[in-house]
Design a binder for this molecule. Structure first.
Ligand SMILES: [Zn+2]
Length: 235
């Protein structure tokens, strides 16, 4: 293979490597986004669970406060009945109230106890769920850290490959550089093999003289259809 073609093939190989690394970074970013979404969902789910527990605690407290208030009301009414001089009608009313409120107090006290017991049991469950949540969270964080390390590795590989690319590009004859850059920018490989008289880039049949020139290997030859650089792969 003539020297210019050797440089072009080497350069195209490095450019293909760089393109592969770009693709890997895109994949990593997608994976990272997926993990971050899962982490956010994990946190959101546990936050809602904590809120549900707080709501249960809150209703237990509210019930217990309602029982205290009722108790207080009974004491006030009873005190009035025991110590104040009040009209008969009002006394009747207060007595009825005290009887009614005592029944209500028993109910409220039972309900408050029931809710407290539920909240206590839920607290135990919540602690267990928190451990499981932190475990899942930790695994996701580890996966994210592994992704970050992988990305740093790829970036380092890219940096090394870019340096190599700059070197190789300078070794390509100046008259071919612009054409190479245009081919690279249009996508795909700028340097392709000739296989069975067909261009490895556009897959069109090459005229006989082009194939002969590639075989003779005295100059850099391009495809008459897609203008990619052509080389004969070692058979
Ligand atoms: Zn072609």
């Amino acid at each position: 293979m003539n020297e210019a073609l050797v440089q072009l093939v080497a350069l195209a190989e490095v450019d293909a490597g760089l393109r592969t690394l770009d693709g890997r970074l895109v994949d990593l970013e997608r994976e990272e986004k997926r993990l971050r979404d899962r982490l956010a969902a994990e946190d959101e789910g546990f936050m809602r669970r904590q809120e549900a527990h707080q709501a249960l605690r809150h209703s237990a407290l509210a019930k217990s406060r309602e029982a205290d208030d009722t108790d207080e009301k009974i004491r006030t009414y009873q005190h009035k009945l025991d110590h104040d001089i009040i009209p008969y009608k009002e006394m009747e009313y207060l007595r009825e109230q005290v009887t009614f409120l005592r029944g209500r107090l028993d109910e409220l006290a039972d309900e408050a106890l029931q809710l407290m017991a539920e909240a206590e049991a839920d607290e135990g469950k919540l602690r267990e769920e928190e451990v499981a949540h932190e475990k899942r969270r930790g695994r996701l964080e580890e996966d994210l850290a592994a992704l970050a390390r992988r990305r740093a590795e790829i970036r380092a590989e890219q940096d090394a490959l870019r340096l190599k690319r700059d070197e190789l590009f300078q070794r390509v004859p100046a008259r071919l550089r612009g054409h190479y850059a245009r081919l690279l920018a249009s996508g795909g490989s700028p340097v392709v093999p000739v296989v069975g008289g067909v261009c490895g880039g556009c897959h069109l049949r090459l005229v006989e003289t082009t194939v002969e020139k590639v075989k003779a290997d005295r100059e850099v030859v391009t495809c008459e259809h897609c203008s990619r650089f052509l080389y004969l792969p070692p058979s």
